[in-house]
Design a protein around this ligand. Structure first.
Ligand code: ATP
Ligand code: MG
Length: 405
């Protein structure tokens, strides 16, 4: 059973019990656009306890907000009771909700294109907010007064950018102006939620449009504590984002916008966004290696192998290529490196070292800086194919120990 069929089953069952039930929100928008919805949300006048009695497998995720998860077939769908949101605290979350009519439920939603209902059994659209017209005109428009809607929930400003960029829509003029006025308030939203929106904006194929909208709405310099972009940098980042391949990881997207920072700067910026350590490390590695790749600095065979074994070679090459194209310095070096990397067999990326710490200890070199230096040099020589046997590596090691005194 597809997710849509599951949603239809839920809707029929609610109606059999005398309730109103409709598809709501993003899935309606996506279906009307001929896109496949990420998930299907059902809205109903049945209150949560009633939903739980009608369906066997339910989970009360946000019963106080009127949301129940219903498991059906292999799917888990959100079934939400029509509601209005109570007053907002700190521009983040409503403090309470009240159950109400579909009309009022539509009016609490953020944008007209997200505020429609659909009867999937008849394909009838229930539109109290002018969503169909805005879909046809391809605009993202707040339901109600934009300033008021952004003042009660600041995250909506980023959502407007995300939907506009992802759908290729414009942000309606008053909605746009309201974002510009309230943009600094986005910093009251938690870094995690800002990061999640940024990831959605910057990993989409439309990321350059998303970045342009972040700059035009002036949200951009309030997103990451301690990081701002001037005109020239903002413009350059947009061109880098546009030059990246269609699919990018979160780390590569952040590397592209933080490309002007040094490595500790990238890690601080990622930490400010509460990125995972893995993403933060990958982003700073990509910034460093992207630049090295662009400048043709990855020359030694050992360095090519280190890049390959990092697991980020393809993205470092992609960033290097994007930087080369944006800075107009030609990508011959990048392509040569890509070819060379492709010619190295995976088992040669990180072969076991010919000599190890134990061999050094046997020569009475204790662990420490010198010990590390010798091992690193020997391994680098091995990866460079300068040392091809254990005997040769041992001889070099003995030589180095003797030379080093
Ligand atoms: P996506 O395709 O990215 O999931 P979506 O439109 O389904 O987009 P969700 O975040 O899943 O967005 O939210 C579902 C619906 O809930 C939205 O379409 C909108 O009607 C409503 N909604 C979500 N967040 C807000 C918000 N911050 N303010 C008002 N309404 C919201
Ligand atoms: Mg959704």
């Amino acid at each position: 059973m597809s997710a849509l069929e599951s949603a239809c089953t839920i809707i029929k069952r609610l109606r059999d019990h005398g309730h109103i039930a409709l598809l709501a929100g993003g899935c309606v928008r996506d279906r009307l656009l001929g896109r496949t919805p990420a998930d299907y949300d059902v809205a109903t006048d049945a209150p949560p306890p009633r939903i739980c009695r009608i369906f066997r497998r339910t989970k009360q995720v946000g019963a106080q907000f009127g949301v129940v998860l219903v498991r059906i077939g292999g799917d888990e769908l959100e079934v939400a009771t029509f509601r209005t949101d109570g007053s907002y605290r700190d521009g983040r979350r409503p403090e309470s909700v009240e159950f109400t009519t579909p009309q009022e439920d539509a009016r609490r939603r953020d944008f007209t294109i997200n505020g429609m209902f659909l009867d999937p059994l008849t394909d009838e659209v229930v539109d109290y907010v002018g969503g169909q017209q805005d879909l046809a005109n391809r605009v993202v428009r707040c339901i109600g007064t934009p300033e008021a809607r952004f003042a009660e929930d600041h995250l909506r400003m980023l959502r407007a950018v995300r939907f506009a960029a992802r759908l290729g829509f414009a942000i309606e003029a008053e909605t746009h102006a309201a974002i510009q006025r309230l943009a600094p308030r986005i910093s009251a939203i938690s870094a995690e939620r800002i990061r999640m929106e940024l990831e959605l904006i910057l990993t989409a194929a439309t990321r350059a449009d998303g970045w342009r909208l972040l700059r035009e709405t002036e949200l951009v310099n309030h997103l990451v504590a301690g990081v701002t972009w001037d005109e020239a940098n903002g413009e350059r980042c947009g061109r880098i984002l546009a030059a990246l391949p269609e699919r990018v990881s979160d780390a590569l997207a952040f590397a592209a916008i933080f490309v002007e920072l040094d490595e500790p700067g990238v890690e601080r910026a990622c930490a400010a966004l509460r990125c995972s350590t893995a993403v933060s490390r990958a982003a700073s590695y990509l910034v460093r290696m992207g630049r090295s790749v662009q400048r043709g600095e990855v020359r030694e065979l050992a360095d090519v192998k280190f890049l390959l074994v990092s697991g980020h070679a393809d993205e470092a090459l992609a960033l290097g290529r994007a930087l080369a194209s944006v800075d107009g310095c030609g990508s011959a070096d990048v392509e040569a490196l890509a070819q060379r990397a492709a010619g190295i067999a995976p088992e040669d990326y990180a072969p076991p070292p010919f000599v190890t710490g134990e061999d050094l200890i046997a020569l009475k070199v204790a662990p420490g800086p010198r010990y590390r230096e010798i091992l690193d040099a020997l391994y680098r020589a091995q990866l460079n194919d300068e040392l091809t046997t254990r005997a040769a590596a041992e001889a070099r090691m003995k030589q180095m120990v003797a030379d080093g005194g």
